[in-house]
Design a protein around this ligand. Structure first.
Ligand code: 3BY
Ligand code: FES
Length: 434
């Protein structure tokens, strides 16, 4: 009799698993031969199997940004979000907290909530009316006379939640990466004075970019392309090519303004007790991030053509409009700009290997009145334009990545944050498939 030696079943990666074995072999090889300093190979952006691996190894394991509490201000308010194959409900609870639940009925798997947002009491599945409480507990399921169902076994699955200064993060893993809890106290003091709990959504833009989620993130992580953002460039100082003392002649004037504005901003921040130092740990931490407060051009107040405020109401406990932008970049899927008069949150929500939903949300003080304190078109103009320009850049790269002629190109110095994102991603994926 011959035996085939196998590992115990519990230690095996099931053949029917989420990511096919051939994809894992391909991914292992691609990760092994990754050239640092260069963009990634095409399949990272085009292969459906690698997309599944990303969902499992990144979105299924790490802390991801979902929404802010301004989107779900009242108990029972919810948004639903699909990250690739994951369907989530982000629900405000009666005690003011937030639960994140898998939007998958425990009866036969139907979506429980089918709208993208709304307000709900108990959640009733539309198929056979199984009914769940805000914490996911199954509280009602019709049964035939004498039929028994142990309702305790069929609660909606819950994910981990952290609320950071009003930003709701979730982790779908049973054991979330630990260092996010160390990052929270580093970033919260920068954001808290803008007080998201006292803001409301002025506008939300959802655009589907025909590009892999990693191209969306890479594009966000550099301003080498910022000549392509004329509206943004009115208030955003160039963030590339200026820090090494080699100032191109055509940028000398703007550089001088930037230096002066930075000195004034730092004095102001010190006076008001606001944090402004750059903390940058984009690829060294599992919860990679960069936070800073940086000056804006012109009046230095907001993202407008003149740098002047776009809403007349200051946020939270702030006492001055000239506070530049407090900007946060987080791996793997979000970035934020906190200003004195409004906040813009950005989430990259993967759909499949070649499409990403980019959700941009503008928040203003909850007592700001549209048409009186702010004009919606003016408030949203710069980032709406910038997002459309970014969409075009991402789509150009997606087309390139799909071509057999595509070869990895070098990252320039000003693209170090792109490199950091890619390093973070490749390291996390190596750990995932190890
Ligand atoms: O939003 C950001 O953080 C970067 C800087 C400007 C362009 N880019 C989209
Ligand atoms: Fe939800 Fe049947 S699938 S009640």
């Amino acid at each position: 009799m011959s035996y085939t030696l196998t590992r115990p079943r519990s230690e095996q990666r099931p053949d029917t698993g989420f990511v096919p074995a051939e994809t894992l072999a391909q991914l292992t090889e691609l990760l092994e031969r990754r050239r640092t300093g260069y963009s990634m190979e095409g399949p990272f952006y085009t292969d459906p199997g690698i997309f599944k691996a990303d969902m499992e190894g990144i979105f299924g394991k790490h802390w991801i940004f979902t929404a802010s509490i301004a989107e779900i201000p009242e108990p029972g308010d919810y948004v639903t979000l699909d990250f690739g194959p994951y369907a989530l409900i982000v629900l405000r609870t009666d005690d003011g907290g937030v639960n994140v639940l898998h939007n998958i009925c425990r009866h036969r798997g139907a979506r429980v909530l089918t709208e993208s947002r709304g307000s709900t009491g108990n959640m009733v599945c539309g198929y056979h009316s199984w009914t769940y409480a805000e914490d996911g507990t199954l509280i009602h399921a019709s049964t035939a006379p004498g039929e028994k169902l142990d309702k305790e076994c069929f609660a909606l699955k819950r994910a981990q939640v952290r609320i950071v200064a009003g930003l709701v993060f979730t982790c779908l893993a049973e054991e979330p990466p630990e260092d996010f809890d160390e990052v929270i106290p580093l970033i919260e003091p920068y954001l808290a004075p803008h007080d998201i709990s006292q803001t409301k959504v002025a506008y939300q833009q959802n655009i589907i970019e025909e590009g892999n989620w990693k191209l969306v993130m890479e594009n966000n992580r550099e301003c080498y392309h910022c000549d392509g953002h004329p509206e943004l460039a009115c208030s955003l100082f160039p963030t590339w090519g200026l820090s090494d003392g080699l100032i191109p002649p055509h940028l000398e004037e703007v550089w001088a303004r930037n230096v002066e504005a930075k000195i004034q901003l730092e004095e102001r921040c010190d006076r008001y007790g606001l944090h402004h130092e750059v903390i940058e740990q984009l690829d060294t931490r599992i919860a990679g991030f960069r936070i800073s407060r940086e000056s804006l051009d012109g009046a230095g107040e907001s993202f407008s053509a003149t740098g002047r405020r776009l809403s007349k109401k200051l946020l939270g406990s702030l006492r001055d409009f000239r506070l530049g932008r407090c900007s946060l970049h987080l791996q793997p899927n979000s970035w934020f700009h906190f200003l004195s008069d409004h906040i813009v949150t950005f989430a990259a929500i993967p759909i499949n290997e070649h499409q990403t939903l980019v959700r941009t949300t503008w928040l203003v003080a909850d007592d700001a009145v549209e048409g009186v304190d702010y004009d919606l078109d003016e408030l949203t103009h710069v980032w709406k334009q910038t997002n459309l320009q970014d969409k075009a850049f991402v789509e150009m790269c997606q087309l390139g990545a799909a071509s057999p002629a595509y070869e990895q190109g070098p990252y320039m110095d000003s693209e170090y944050q792109v490199e950091a994102f890619v390093n973070w991603y490749t390291q996390r994926m190596r750990e995932h498939i190890a």
